[in-house]
Design a protein around this ligand. Structure first.
Ligand SMILES: NC(=O)C1=CN([C@@H]2O[C@H](COP(=O)(O)OP(=O)(O)OC[C@H]3O[C@@H](n4cnc5c(N)ncnc54)[C@H](O)[C@@H]3O)[C@@H](O)[C@H]2O)C=CC1
Ligand SMILES: O=C(CO)COP(=O)(O)O
Length: 326
């Protein structure tokens, strides 16, 4: 039994809190919205982020950082990537070096090009870190459906230990030492899910969808490697695995956002789609490194208003022919 503190009472934080509470751990969710915290504590639900789900007994929620973090052994940070630096700074006085901090966000900080582990190293140097990423919809995990993810730390022993601590009967963590590869896979697949969703939304057919996913995966591997990820990591759960999941199900918020893009629907009020915040910086990182990533660049251009989906399809098809593997 370990004391878990989970920061962020959104869909993924609540799902992970349910998972670990069901596994018998003492879990406290740190929220920032009083009504969400009240609903978790009193109604055993989180209707705003995970509707129609009954949360297990023994899952506590609070607005008080010290109450959540004070005596926790494991702290999961589960906020959107663009909020991670602010959240970490606010929590600094309540965190201790002996706690294991687990990064669960999938994205790249827009202004700096930093991944979650870079942000933590800058804001909380010297803390023990692990990254948790892979194909895992919050609703599936919250319901206790079988799931496999990658759990990465800098050292093999630390990764094995983190995977042991974070695995349950239904949630299988594979240990890895390539934190950067795991983070790159998790961030870039969101951008590609927007592209796959746009293809679906525009009704371009299953063949086009397969082409975008496959060629998108080439870009994920190229850019992920240029950013320091290992090729085998990008072929694993946090690269290929999560790409397959998010590019094939409207349950994915990124895929759903892409569908709305493809249809030309109004996108205001849609749920968090991290790819929207990652596309521009991912395209910039690729350009700076001389990496050919036309799908990522096209998604970034569409989101910036520089092109519509129809023009994007024409432009991608009109590119000069090339060898599949170069
Ligand atoms: N929902 C899912 O199935 C999965 C999500 N993720 C990743 O987890 C991260 C969080 O996603 P969700 O929980 O789904 O998003 P969400 O939109 O459902 O919830 C985000 C939560 O973070 C809180 N938050 C935002 N800024 C904060 C701050 N500065 N301090 C404290 N709390 C803050 C919000 O109040 C909200 O409760 C994202 O990076 C996402 O890509 C990863 C795997 C699965
Ligand atoms: O990362 C996820 C599944 O692994 C969740 O995907 P969405 O954020 O697109 O819903």
């Amino acid at each position: 039994m370990s004391r878990f503190a989970i920061v962020g009472a959104g869909a993924w934080g609540t799902a992970l809190a349910s998972l670990y509470a069901r596994a018998g751990h003492d879990v406290t969710l740190l929220g920032r919205d009083a009504e969400t915290v009240r609903a978790i504590e009193e109604d055993h639900g989180n209707p705003r982020y995970l509707p129609d789900l009954t949360l297990p007994d023994g899952l506590n929620a609070t607005l008080d950082p010290e109450a959540a973090l004070g005596d926790a052994g494991i702290v999961l940070l589960v906020v959107p990537t663009q909020s991670l630096r602010t959240a970490t700074t606010a929590l600094k006085p309540h965190l201790r070096r002996d706690q294991l901090i687990v990064l669960c966000s999938k994205g790249i900080e827009q202004d700096t090009g930093r991944f979650a582990s870079d942000i933590l190293a800058e804001e909380l140097p010297g803390h023990r870190l692990a990254v948790l990423s892979g194909p895992s919809f919050a609703a599936d995990v919250a319901r206790g459906l079988p799931t496999a993810v990658t759990i990465a730390a800098d050292e093999a022993e630390a990764a094995d230990e983190a995977a042991r601590l974070l695995s349950t009967d239904t949630f299988r963590g594979y240990a890895a030492t390539d934190m950067r590869g795991v983070e790159a896979g998790g961030a870039l697949k969101n951008v590609l899910a927007l592209a796959a969703g746009a293809v679906a939304g525009r009704g371009l057919g299953a063949s086009a969808q397969a082409a975008v996913i496959t060629r998108g995966f080439v870009e994920l591997r190229r850019l992920g490697a240029a950013l320091g990820g290992r090729p085998e990591t990008l072929m694993g759960l946090s690269g290929l695995g999560d790409l397959v999941l998010t590019c094939s199900s409207p349950q994915s918020r990124n895929f759903a956002y892409g569908i709305a893009l493809g249809r030309g629907d109004d996108r205001t009020g849609l749920k968090l789609a991290e790819g929207v915040h990652t596309a521009g910086i991912a395209a910039r990182l690729a350009e700076e490194r001389g990496i050919d990533a036309p799908i990522i660049a096209t998604v970034a251009r569409i989101l910036a208003g520089g092109m519509d989906v129809g023009e994007a399809v024409q432009a991608l098809l009109a590119r000069p022919l090339k060898r599949e593997f170069d």
